[in-house]
Design a protein around this ligand. Sequence first.
Ligand code: NAD
Length: 479
Amino acid sequence: MLRSKMLINGELVDSISGRIEIIYNPADQEPVAEVSTGSRDDARLALQSAQKAFSAWSSTHSNWRAEILHEAAGLVRRRTDEIATLLTQEQGKPLKDARKEILASADVLDYYAEEGKRNFGEWIPASSRNSRSLVIKQPVGVAAIITPWNLPVDLMAWKVGPALASGCTVVAKPPNLAPLAATAFIQAINDAGALPGAVNVVHGPGSEVGAELVENSISRKIAFTGETATGRWIMEHAALHIKRISLELGGQSPLIVCRDASIDKAADACVQRAFFNMGQLCISINRIYVAEEVADEFISKLVDRTIRLKVGNGLEPGVDLGPMFSHDQRQKTKEHIADAIQKGAKILCGGHEPEGKEYERGFFFLPTVLVDVDHSMRVMREETFGPVAPIMRFKTLDDAIDLANDTEYGLASYIFTNDLTTAIQAAEKLEAGGIGINVNNVAELQAPFGGWKQSGFGRELGHYGLEEYLEIKHIRFGF
Ligand code: NAD
């Protein structure tokens, strides 16, 4: 069986304790690989390795770091089939989606290879004739990168790319239940010629390995994607050393469908963004508000598209939706649906596991459309992180915007309308870091991505992503 090791100081190593954990396929619960699992001691070794490498790596020219990152992007592309298969086996998503994730992650490395060259400073006119002010930006130091299981490679790339391009060295901690593809991705950066220790990977539970990365004084920056509760813990503990942190946390994203919208386009967008990755996406469409004039048409088109989605083992061709990641994720989804039904919601499709022998051992679930929902229900208030599309009708746009903003989260909001005034007003009033108008995705490589409210702070992607790994230095000259 494959053994996924940790990467410390340029070497693939087992954990100090020799502890091994098995990764199981959520489609059939068969073992996929062994993982060498570390503890606080391994995390310390990885941090020391990154600290030792920092001086050399940060002194290299950005053009040279760009060459390494481009080379790594090429290696990732050449290894796409191998890494994507690992991703499907450990996480469940269909192979076609896994391949897209790997290729998108290679694009991120290429993008930051070039963005790292545009680490511009400023020459500022001073308030006296005989002084000048120069501003430069320098790498923060060792960056600890902690990521979740839902997009384990992409979300790693969003952080590792800008960190290395800016001159930081990295200790990455992939999710402990899905570390295989992310580790293989980072291995490619090491194979591309990164200096030993510039990029390290340590496996293990968040409460041990993740906690050490946060609490140890060596890391100067924590880049985290995961649950809001974990982000809150990290914020508290990073306070001990006043570390730079960026937190990409949970979401509860609304979609507003206006009466002037193209209903076919809205239904296509919704079925994709509500159920892609089995709804296990921070920017999934979680709550749908439809103008009452077009609600019947939208609902019937959404249900029609939903029941055509093929659920199955992600390695089989033609599958649209794989299993959910874990028993716990599926259980939470069922509990949210049961809560909604008990409070008066109706299921139009889905709401249970698919039937058949091929589904018996996996964490499969049918994509579910709910109507007659309201904001007393958990599906409308909490992050379900499952394939559920709950729909409410609205009378006026102001009502819809109030409902959309009635959440502690603020990652993404979507609106479908063909009216420019409506689009502008809604975009300005919706409380989220990303607003999608007639699109179902607010993640764009060249533009900032991040949350408002309890969805976190800090920005990834675009030139904003690089800034997260840079310190500002003012140099004042007198003469
Ligand atoms: P999680 O918070 O349980 O785990 C994320 C990572 O943090 C894992 O690597 C875990 O091992 C580690 N961790 C756990 N406890 C830790 C601790 N005390 N100290 C340091 N590290 C610790 O999240 P998850 O269940 O893996 O992922 C799902 C969550 O991620 C959802 O809430 C989802 O919305 C969120 N998410 C957010 C974004 C975004 O960009 N905002 C993107 C994807 C996922």
